[in-house]
Ligand binder design. Structure first.
Ligand code: ATP
Ligand code: MG
Length: 286
């Protein structure tokens, strides 16, 4: 039988859509994921299992799945022998401690002796230990942010992205415990065949990730500014330069990082570039 790499992703929730999209952008096609518990890619040796995110690290450790796609927060909480093999740049959030807004916060020492409600007892325990704080940890599985309001705890530790949920519950963020993003975790003993499939998939994912962080840029520029423009946007190796019908001018093509894109555009205009076009890149292999 041909070897399949089994990938566990979230059945429904915040990671589900991004996880499937990532696999599809990596060229994998599936019959129809959503209501099934498992599906096989038509064109790649991968089988996808749909599970609750909390269960994924255990399944990967037990080799029921070979790899899994989870939030780093869940990976850290479950403390399994799995390894992070790729960070994915989505589902970015942080795990923070929050207290009622009406309370004053005098630094981490004010958590001493308090009760903290959380779905992440292990992470909170390690965090408190690192800061020599002793506090009660009250594990609850959901609606953590209402715990102080109903007298269940003095503080909470939960996921924050914009902070609006905290605000809505009369809480304020006082400590960041960890930053998180979606990650791919893998069992460390995959064996050569599965490892080969994983490496192939990770290569594709990297190409998709790089493409998202870059744009293809083309412009017309006076020949005397080509050298300067090349230092502003060096491209993957060097820009492509094509002479134009207009004497003394060329068309210059390159790649620019999404993050410093606007700054570069200003510099290019100062160099005399005209007709600047910026185009999304679908895949990028360097
Ligand atoms: P499940 O039913 O699978 O157990 P869940 O309710 O535990 O799902 P979700 O709320 O779907 O989990 O969140 C899954 C992961 O998405 C979290 O562990 C975290 O890494 C990330 N996440 C959660 N909330 C946010 C947010 N507001 N912004 C960005 N990422 C988030
Ligand atoms: Mg969960």
């Amino acid at each position: 039988m041909n070897t399949l790499l089994r990938i566990a992703i979230q059945k429904s929730g915040r990671l589900q859509e991004g996880s499937l999209e990532l696999l599809k952008e990596s060229g994998l096609s599936f019959s129809n994921g959503k209501d099934q518990l498992k599906t096989q890619a038509r064109n790649f040796p991968v089988e996808v299992l749909f599970l609750r995110d909390d269960d994924i690290p255990q399944y990967v450790e037990d080799k029921v799945a070979d790899v899994g796609l989870v939030g780093e927060n869940v990976f850290a909480e479950k403390k399994k022998k799995n390894q992070i093999v790729k960070r994915l740049d989505f589902a970015k959030c942080r795990l923070s401690i929050a207290i009622p807004r009406s309370e004053t916060y005098g630094g981490i020492a004010s958590l001493q002796g308090k009760n903290i409600a959380t779905s992440y007892p292990n992470i909170v325990k390690d965090f408190l230990q690192k800061h020599n704080i002793t506090a009660g940890i009250h594990e609850i599985s959901g609606s953590v942010e209402i715990a102080p309001g109903i007298g269940l705890a003095d503080a909470i530790c939960d996921i924050v992205s914009t902070g609006s949920t905290l605000l809505g519950n009369g809480l304020k963020e006082v400590e960041t415990v960890m930053q998180s993003e979606a990650v791919i975790i893998a069992n460390p003993e995959l064996g050569p065949e599965k490892q080969k499939i994983l490496d192939k998939l990770l290569f594709r994912i990297e190409a998709v990730k790089k493409a998202k962080n870059n744009k293809y840029i083309l412009m017309n520029c006076p020949n005397e500014s080509i050298e300067k423009i090349t230092t502003v946007i060096p491209g993957m190796k060097s820009p492509t330069i094509i002479p134009l019908g207009r004497p003394g001018w060329s068309s210059l093509h390159s790649v620019v990082d999404e993050n410093d894109f606007w700054e570069k555009i200003d510099l290019l205009r100062e160099c005399g570039a005209e007709g600047i076009l910026v185009i999304p890149i679908e895949k990028m292999i360097v």
